[in-house]
Design a protein around this ligand. Structure first.
Ligand SMILES: Cc1cc2nc3c(=O)[nH]c(=O)nc-3n(C[C@H](O)[C@H](O)[C@H](O)COP(=O)(O)OP(=O)(O)OC[C@H]3O[C@@H](n4cnc5c(N)ncnc54)[C@H](O)[C@@H]3O)c2cc1C
Length: 492
């Protein structure tokens, strides 16, 4: 008689919840995913309105090999589930003075563009890009791929090499000061400072070490998933189904059942479900505060600085703008002032940097003929405000004014249809505390260590995967957090 398989319950079907489910199912676990929504994917969702299709959350896809690793681990052929392509231009960068810089894929082409548009000697930029790559390979990989909360991680052979590469300025200087010293030209500094926002941080506070994020896009490059970002959770959901994972939608988990020092199940819709392993993909704040009813630990996690949130306008645009590409940035003149507004929760900044993602540039069927689907994103503090409607209206007004000025015409009559996502709606849709996009901020040099580990030190059988725990937010990191959590389960 074969031994009955162990049962695992996953709370939440965000990308890390789905990836944890697939990994465990591939190793023989009987896996059940409980999701409060009637859809899977969490922040990776699709919004369809009046003939326009919008990816609601992430739009920038880097490090596809991390996703491929999941399919390999599960013994499935990646290309049977998911296809993607290289981008020739990572971003189209627009400045208020009319300068337009194309961040081409490939160091040589990008460096040539900078030389031509900014008329500068690019040797500093070239050495910066090499340094970002080296920093990522020597140090970054440890912080992303290892169990950094375990003492034994720090006694392995790789560590002396990493520590040798670690220069004091990576910790002591802010990312901005480092960029100022290395890159010097204000436009270049601003373009590279922006990478702090890839984990919701502030370049004027985050340590210089975060400049390694630039390596992912500027050396390795950005990619486009065929069908849009929604193809990522779709592929992993199909993988889960092929491996026998069972999904329970409209099932908000109310609490995790604890017996002594062990997690033994969950309660949803008033019903108990017992299991051997619980993986929570819910924000770590809610995992403690609500699911474990540990108000003290929950409150202390709640006090940690959040990553930024955002205001997103999904606009169906009834014309085509040939000067725009898939990823477009419209920078502010004063990034320091802009981040002061965001971090000190001041009123909306008039000249805020705007990011526009237009997937109909890649797939025309995402918008009616001759039209475009604009995902218009403005950084915002992670707060749930009583007067959010008023703030939204103000940001909308500033955004329209700035885009109209830079695109040379009033865009208002071209907004054919509209939908909005705010910190409050991000919080209610995905249970992300205060609507933070990437869990806690990385502004502090100890942030990586303060972020919760993937395994509970208090309760046996309880694990954590997702953007609010180690190694942090963003799709590649969430996929890694699932890998690290499952690694802990399989080696327990
Ligand atoms: C607007 C926006 C833009 C972004 N841009 C990028 C980008 O360009 N590139 C990038 O890599 N990343 C980006 N991110 C970040 C990225 O989306 C997230 O880091 C990642 O998707 C988070 O995945 P997760 O596994 O933590 O789960 P989440 O997506 O947070 O989902 C958690 C799931 O758990 C469910 N859940 C929570 N509590 C319970 C409960 N009690 N019971 C049952 N279910 C529960 C929720 O309903 C949800 O489905 C962006 C995010 C947003 C919102």
């Amino acid at each position: 008689m074969s031994t009955p398989s162990k049962k695992a319950i996953i709370i939440g079907s965000g990308i890390a919840g789905l990836a944890s489910a697939a990994r465990l199912a591939s190793r023989g676990y009987d896996v059940h995913v409980f999701e409060k929504n009637d859809f899977f994917g969490g922040k990776l969702a699709l919004h369809v309105q009046d003939g326009y299709a919008f990816d609601m959350g992430p739009s920038i896809f880097t490090q596809p090999f991390v996703l491929e690793d999941l399919f390999n681990f599960c013994g499935k052929k990646f290309s049977d589930y998911f296809r993607y392509q290289n981008l020739s231009v990572n971003t189209h960068n627009f400045f208020n003075d009319g300068t337009v810089i194309h961040a081409y894929k490939g160091k040589e082409k990008f460096v040539a563009e900078i030389r031509e548009k900014l008329q500068i000697d690019t040797s500093r930029l070239e050495s910066y890009l090499l340094e970002a790559e080296r920093m990522y390979n020597d140090i970054g990989k440890i912080f992303l791929d290892e169990h950094i909360h375990d003492l034994q991680t720090w006694t392995t052979a790789r560590i002396p090499k990493a520590l040798k590469s670690l220069k004091w300025q990576y910790l002591l200087k802010s990312m901005h000061d480092y960029h100022q010293q290395k890159l010097q030209h204000p436009k270049l500094v601003q373009m590279f400072d922006r990478f702090a926002t890839y984990n919701g941080s502030n370049p004027f506070e985050a340590p210089a070490m975060l400049s390694m994020i630039a390596h992912l896009e500027m050396n390795d490059g950005a990619y486009y998933p065929e069908g849009g970002m929604i193809s990522i959770p779709n592929a992993v959901y199909k993988l889960c189904n092929d491996l026998g994972v069972q999904f329970h939608f409209n099932s908000k988990v109310e609490r995790i059942i604890l017996e002594g020092n062990k997690a033994t199940g969950i309660v949803t819709n008033g019903k108990e479900h017992r299991c051997d392993i619980v993986v929570t993909n819910s924000d770590v704040f809610y995992s403690y505060y609500d699911l474990l009813q540990d108000k003290e630990k929950g409150s202390s996690i709640g006090k940690m600085e959040r990553s930024t949130s955002a205001m997103i306008f999904y606009w169906g645009i009834n014309k085509e703008y040939k000067q725009l590409g898939l990823h477009n940035l419209f920078f502010s003149d004063d990034y320091k002032e802009e981040f002061d507004h965001i971090c000190k929760h001041k009123k909306p900044y008039e000249d805020a940097t705007i990011y526009i993602n237009i997937t109909s540039k890649m797939e025309p069927q995402h918008a009616p003929a001759g039209c475009e689907n604009w995902f218009v994103f403005v950084n915002k503090p992670a707060i749930v405000e009583a007067n959010e409607d008023k703030v939204t209206a103000e940001i909308r007004k500033h955004t329209i004014a700035k885009l109209s000025r830079l695109l040379g015409e009033d865009i208002t009559p071209h907004i054919a249809t509209e939908h909005t996502l705010t910190p409050t709606s991000i919080q209610s849709r995905t249970n992300s505390y205060l609507g933070a996009l990437y869990g806690t901020a990385s502004n502090n040099k100890m942030a990586a260590f303060k972020r919760h580990s993937n395994v509970s030190s208090q309760y046996k059988g309880l694990y954590f995967a997702g953007g609010s725990v180690h190694p942090g937010g963003g799709i590649p990191l969430c996929l890694r957090s699932a890998k690290l959590a499952v690694d802990k389960i399989l080696t327990a």
